[in-house]
Design a protein around this ligand. Structure first.
Ligand SMILES: CC(C)=CCC/C(C)=C/CC/C(C)=C/CC/C(C)=C/COP(=O)(O)OP(=O)(O)O
Ligand SMILES: O=P(O)(O)OC[C@@H](O)CO
Ligand SMILES: [Mg+2]
Length: 240
């Protein structure tokens, strides 16, 4: 059976610490046409804030995943389809590679391994909170990023490799290098997607495009355009 993310063109990442746009609701976010919702952010997320988002989204027909930024924010909730646990391949502190994970497994009882999956992050925007927190080495050539991606797939068995430029649109050659380096794993791209054209361009070099801040800054209609952008890009690739 194939993994769910193999079918995802678009993921909407909701940050529990950020407000929605105008008077929009979580229902609006769920109805953008996105393939899945990831609930997570780097800073100031709590399990209470994450629970509020899960409760508001669970009645809607969209897969829901929590992406915890540390063990303390993990919510035990049957409404979640699963947990996508980051591990940061280019972090300078092993805490963000396996240390937090060790602590989580040590303190949590009865982890549901069937619903627990990992994402091999390569964090590339030095100004993003995720980069500052993890001390990520963002000064990497496309070739090095491709090599990290290949290591993640071939040596560490990672099903998801995530090129993360949170807050800024990334370098397409770098994203393409990661994509070209993978045989079977799914390449997520996230960062700075603002409109149809951004999503279309990154959709050409990534399997799954993740959109985050746009929901909070410009709202659900803007997110819907990005769903169309990546969907069109993938349809064009399939026709070519
Ligand atoms: C073992 C467990 C349960 C957790 C460990 C999780 C790890 C390694 C986290 C490292 C940091 C990280 C990659 C967080 C994930 C989510 C993420 C990148 C969110 C986007 O963050 P930003 O956009 O930089 O943050 P803000 O929007 O909050 O400023
Ligand atoms: O918020 P943006 O810049 O869209 O980034 C999306 C996601 O990759 C963040 O983890
Ligand atoms: Mg962000």
């Amino acid at each position: 059976m194939s993994a769910p993310w193999e079918e995802w063109d678009h993921v909407l990442k909701i940050d529990p610490d950020k407000e929605l746009y105008g008077d929009e609701t979580f229902a609006d976010a769920c109805e953008t046409g996105t393939d899945a919702i990831e609930i997570g952010g780097t800073l100031d997320v709590t399990s209470e804030k994450a629970t509020r988002v899960i409760e508001a989204c669970k009645e809607h027909n969209v897969p829901l995943y929590q992406e915890p930024s540390n063990p303390a924010v993990v919510v035990d909730d049957d409404a979640l389809d699963g947990y996508l646990i980051p591990t940061v391949f280019n972090a300078d502190d092993p805490f963000w590679i396996t240390g937090a994970h060790k602590e989580w497994v040590r303190i949590a009882d009865d982890l549901d391994w069937d619903r627990t999956h990992t994402e091999a992050y390569i964090v590339l925007n030095p100004d993003a909170s995720a980069a500052e927190l993890t001390g990520a080495d963002c000064d990497l050539t496309p070739e090095e990023v491709g090599a990290y991606a290949r290591v993640a797939e071939k040596m560490f068995g990672q099903d998801i490799v995530y090129v993360e430029y949170s807050g800024t649109l990334g370098d397409r050659e770098t994203v393409k290098a990661a994509h070209d380096a993978l045989d079977d794993s799914t390449l997520f791209y996230g960062g700075g997607i603002h409109d149809y054209d951004d999503a279309h361009a990154m959709g050409k070099v990534a399997d799954t495009v993740v959109v985050g801040d746009l929901l909070h800054d410009e709202g659900a209609d803007a997110v819907r355009e990005t769903v169309e952008g990546v969907t069109d890009a993938h349809a064009e690739l399939a026709d070519a």
